[in-house]
Design a protein around this ligand. Structure first.
Ligand code: ZN
Length: 63
């Protein structure tokens, strides 16, 4: 997973903690794409909070 993070940062994702380097579990936005609003999970920002949280946990797990 660390290699993935490093690769994404290398591609210009300066802040992998934003969640953009993971698929969104809520709206299924692809890597690098901003989230889209879906009926049960209206979007209040650029990215669903669940996606950011999953990203954070992934980074922590990667050490
Ligand atoms: Zn999303």
């Amino acid at each position: 997973m660390r290699k993935i993070v490093e690769a994404m940062v290398g591609q210009g994702f300066q802040k992998p903690g934003t969640g953009l380097f993971l698929l969104c579990p809520i709206c299924a936005s692809e890597i690098g794409q901003q989230c889209i609003s879906v009926p049960l999970y209206p979007l209040h920002g650029a990215i669903h909070p669940e996606r950011v949280e999953m990203c954070r946990e992934t980074l922590m797990a990667a050490g």
